[in-house]
Design a protein around this ligand. Structure first.
Ligand SMILES: [Zn+2]
Length: 326
């Protein structure tokens, strides 16, 4: 793992690297961003760079015993905590408190990575806060969150906040091809449906069910252009979309379909994402007007926002359908 090999968010990675290179790294970092964006990867790269016996210009060498131990997850001075259920409990923080006040076993730093730190209970957060108020000089803490607002402001203010942003689909596509040996077509679809998260794109690439889910989304996308297809549409949704994530993924795939229809309508067929379905798209495009496509795209975006705000997915999608067909 190297900072310079990050997929997206290279500015953030470079700034963190620079701090470590200059020996001015802060004692607590809060890395915030959606699942699959690269929070763990960044924290582990930083851990490696801090522990490395032979760092090169701030980058970990990747070969020394310390680097190997960090990568293998068995470095005595690296501690990783996450939730085993719905929250990170006070006892978990209590369990590592002693370690954080004592000297490192092996090198110059003791590192604590708290994954899903936003699930820490109030008691756990208060206990952690005490550690951050008077940290041992050798301690570095990395808090990984999807919802920074669930962390006590007093903890946030004692941390350097690194906000990881969604990555361009094209960059993720290249990453899937170069680092995971994906073929062009699979890489393109996984990148487009990943919401800008490289880790999610990798999961989609390896997920056998994803192809099936994509087929169902395309069937629904086509149904959306036909009158009287609500029962068919709702049945698919109720049976297939188990949670918020799946509902968002579904809407993203329907969005891609309609974006492609718009591109075809604009005579920009060489830019479509569903390249393997070009013929089907061309046929579908004959049956919808540009106005209909634009309205559908707008309603799909609205539905996505509502689901992100935790509205009931069945209600949102039904409502969206009625607006599009109404
Ligand atoms: Zn090393």
């Amino acid at each position: 793992m190297r900072f310079s090999e990050f997929t997206g968010n290279r500015d953030s990675a470079a700034r963190l690297k620079e701090r470590i290179r200059q020996g001015t790294s802060f004692h607590a970092y809060l890395i915030d961003g959606p699942e699959g964006i690269g929070k763990r990867r960044l924290a582990y790269t930083a851990a490696q760079a801090l522990m490395c016996e032979d760092p090169r210009d701030g980058e970990p060498c990747g070969e020394c015993p310390a680097c190997r131990k960090v990568m293998g997850g068995n470095h005595a001075d690296l501690h990783y905590i996450t939730t085993d259920g719905s929250s990170i409990k006070d006892e978990q923080i209590e369990g590592i408190q002693g370690i954080l006040f004592s000297k490192p076993f092996d090198g110059d730093h003791t590192i604590l990575i708290i994954d899903k730190a936003d699930t820490m209970t109030a008691r756990a957060q208060n206990r952690l806060l005490k550690t951050l108020e008077e940290p041992a000089r050798s301690v570095r803490v990395f808090l990984l969150t999807e919802k920074r607002s669930d962390i006590l402001p007093t903890i946030v203010s004692r941390s350097v906040v690194i906000r990881l942003k969604p990555v361009e689909a094209e960059e993720i596509r290249q990453f899937l091809i170069n680092s995971h040996g994906a073929d062009e077509k699979d890489a393109e679809i996984a990148a487009a449906c990943s919401g800008g998260c490289p880790g999610k794109a990798v999961r989609l690439l390896q997920d056998e069910d994803f192809k099936q889910r994509r087929e169902r989304s395309i069937t629904c996308a086509k149904a959306l252009a036909k009158a009287g297809s609500l029962p068919e549409f709702m049945k698919t949704l109720e049976e297939d979309l188990r949670d918020k994530e799946e509902a968002l993924e579904f809407l993203d795939m329907v969005l891609l379909w309609y974006r492609d229809l718009l591109l075809l309508d604009l005579k920009a067929g060489n830019e479509i994402m569903n390249r393997d379905r070009a013929e089907e798209l061309a046929l579908a495009g004959e049956k919808v007007s540009r106005k209909q496509i634009l309205r559908t795209l707008e309603e799909l975006e609205n539905a996505k926002q509502d689901i992100l705000m935790n509205a009931n997915k069945g209600y949102v999608i039904r409502n969206m359908y009625l607006k599009i067909r109404g």
